[in-house]
Ligand binder design. Structure first.
Ligand code: PEP
Ligand code: MG
Length: 570
């Protein structure tokens, strides 16, 4: 029996599970003594062997993708297959062979170079390095012998622990037997995290040393706390069982969002594509509050045509027939650069030509996207379509977006809005609201720009805290302008998924909350057990608090004990 020990990491989601550990085997590395081909013929043969291995890996990944149609996993596997198909990767590896390396070592070196480039760009692209490494491991394994790395069968329900778990690895697992996922690397937006969220599995990433946990050892994985505990004591195990029972009970309530005295507040889903839309449509949400369209095109080298885009938007709208869908135009840039949209280099991309601002350099992208949306909306008359632009900074920009939307024929088909992510827009909300039908507050970026703290930088997480009174005051200013003009004001940043904060937002006058679907039941429960008057008192207490920690304490003081118990991790 191993000693109790905790491996802290970054938690994903709010669930937890206890079970035996199943370790995912490490992939084979390129051998140091791999024979080096000499002479033109041998070099050409090694290059051909590598090309053939890449082709086989691509075919294997595409076959795995075909088994998950319409799912995030299928999309990710197809994107990984595209990496194996990339002629630039094969060319670079062939040149490294010619410089005096065996094919497995050449592949490893070529991938290291490509990975360094992606890491340098950062954000989403940095997290694609996992997929690139998966292509490397599979190609090296093919060059060395018939084995495919990492594959294993799980017979009993188990916690899968891996150094790194690629989507290709995930596709090889029987997910019905996986009760939690733990990796030593990765981030909160890595694929392991995305897949865990989609499946509602507890997950901890960046749990250093976790692969040292012995095979079969009992482990408790807590996504809310971000912890992996080996040999958990009885109290820990029982607390997790209690919490999961509460979690399941909350999910049985499917009523529309409202306070205990019936003040409505729409509960909506954040989605990133067709697979997400289909999955969210089966949940008790009143629609989509944020469709991040840039997520669909992150791997595209060139702008997808209007017809292709319309096809994707149509599928999303169709999934929500009878409900509302808020589509956001491309939020390309900063941590989500699109190859065909963003300038190659900006010294400060978060403050650069991103999102709506791309109309300055590549206006045709907005025009094409709005036309594609108009076509898709025409085909889905029973879905209530709303369209908004991200990163608007002035009332003039809001007016310009409205004009572009009208020119594309969207004015008659959808409600037109903008996001409030730049403090300038919150401060001038009354002027901005004159041009739009609704606004949605992106609290992630609003906090980043209000506090002048990079949202990706863990070291500044206290500054970027959603409870910072300055951020709440900007939310209040926006909500007040919305109430004065009768304009809906939603929140679609991460703040909306925190049940305690949801009460404050409701008290500030926010009319809808959009979040990842697993967060909805707890937010619904908190609202259902709190009156509008209490939400307003909480909002006042948070706004008047001197700092973020004091704001949380002040609101907790006013919390109904039933909500406190439901939110407890014990
Ligand atoms: C936000 O900034 O809060 C938001 C919802 O947009 P994103 O997280 O996609 O930047
Ligand atoms: Mg944003």
């Amino acid at each position: 029996m191993p000693e109790p020990r905790e491996y802290p990491g970054i938690g994903v989601g709010s669930t937890a599970a206890v079970g035996p550990c199943a370790r995912f085997a490490a992939p084979p590395a390129a051998p140091a003594d791999e024979p080096v081909p000499s002479g033109a013929e041998a070099i050409a043969a090694a290059g051909a062997a590598l090309a053939e291995a890449l082709e086989q890996v691509s075919a294997e990944l595409r076959a795995a993708a075909a088994e998950h149609p319409g799912e995030t996993l299928g999309d990710v596997l197809s994107a990984t297959a595209e990496m194996a198909d990339d002629p630039a990767l094969a060319d670079r590896a062939a040149r490294i062979i010619a410089e005096g390396n065996g094919p497995a070592n050449a592949m490893t070196k070529a991938v290291a170079e490509f990975a360094a480039t992606l890491t340098g760009i950062g954000g989403y692209l940095a997290e694609r390095v996992t997929d690139l490494n998966s292509v490397r491991d599979r190609t090296v394994a093919r060059l060395l012998g018939p084995a495919t790395p990492g594959l294993r069968t799980i017979d009993e329900p188990a916690v899968v622990i891996a150094h790194e778990l690629t989507p290709a690895d995930t596709s090889s697992l029987d997910m019905t037997k996986v009760i939690a996922l733990v990796t030593e690397v990765g981030g909160p937006t890595s694929h392991t995290a995305i897949i865990a969220r989609q499946l509602g599995l507890p997950c901890v990433v960046r749990a250093a040393g976790a692969t040292q946990i012995p095979e079969g050892a009992l482990v408790a994985v807590d996504g809310a706390r971000g912890s992996v505990v080996v040999a958990p004591d009885e109290a820990t195990r029982e607390a997790i069982v209690r919490r999961m029972e509460r979690h399941r009970a909350l999910a049985t309530d499917t009523a529309p969002g409202a306070t205990s005295d019936g003040h409505p507040i729409q509960l909506l889903a954040n989605i990133g594509g067709v697979a997400d839309a289909r999955s969210a449509a089966g949940k008790a949400v009143e629609g989509v509050g944020l469709f991040r369209t840039e997520f669909v095109f992150l791997d595209a080298a060139a702008e997808p045509g209007v017809a292709e885009q319309a096809g994707i938007y149509r599928e999303v709208l169709k999934a929500f027939t009878g409900r509302k869908v808020v589509v956001r135009t491309l939020d390309a840039g900063a941590d989500k650069p699109l190859a065909y949209a963003n300038p190659a280099h900006e010294s400060n991309p978060a403050l650069g030509q991103r999102a709506y601002r791309l109309v300055r350099s590549v206006p045709h992208l907005m025009e094409h996207q709005l036309r594609a949306l108009a076509a898709a909306i025409d085909d889905c008359p029973d879905t209530e379509a709303w369209v908004m632009a991200p990163m608007i900074s002035t009332a003039g920009e809001a007016a310009d977006f409205r004009r572009r939307a009208d020119e594309a024929g969207l004015g008659a088909r959808a409600r037109i809005g903008v996001m409030v992510e730049v403090p300038a827009v919150a401060l001038c909300a009354d002027q901005v609201l004159q041009h739009v039908d609704f606004v949605s507050i992106g609290t992630n970026d609003l906090a980043q720009y209000t506090m002048a703290a990079d949202r990706e930088l863990g070291a500044l997480s206290d500054l970027i805290d959603r409870w910072q009174p300055a951020v709440l005051r900007l939310v209040e200013a926006t909500a007040r302008a919305g109430a004065a003009s009768g304009t809906p004001v939603g929140v679609c940043g991460e703040s909306a998924s925190d049940p305690l904060m949801a009460l404050v937002l409701c008290g500030l006058g926010i009319t809808s909350l959009s979040m990842s679907t697993p967060a909805v039941p707890a937010v619904r429960f908190a609202l259902r057990h709190t009156s509008l008057a209490t939400c307003r008192a909480m909002a006042r207490a948070a706004i008047d608090a001197p700092d973020a920690a004091a704001a949380v304490s002040a609101v907790q003081e006013l919390l109904d004990p039933r909500v406190r118990e439901a939110m407890s991790l014990d």
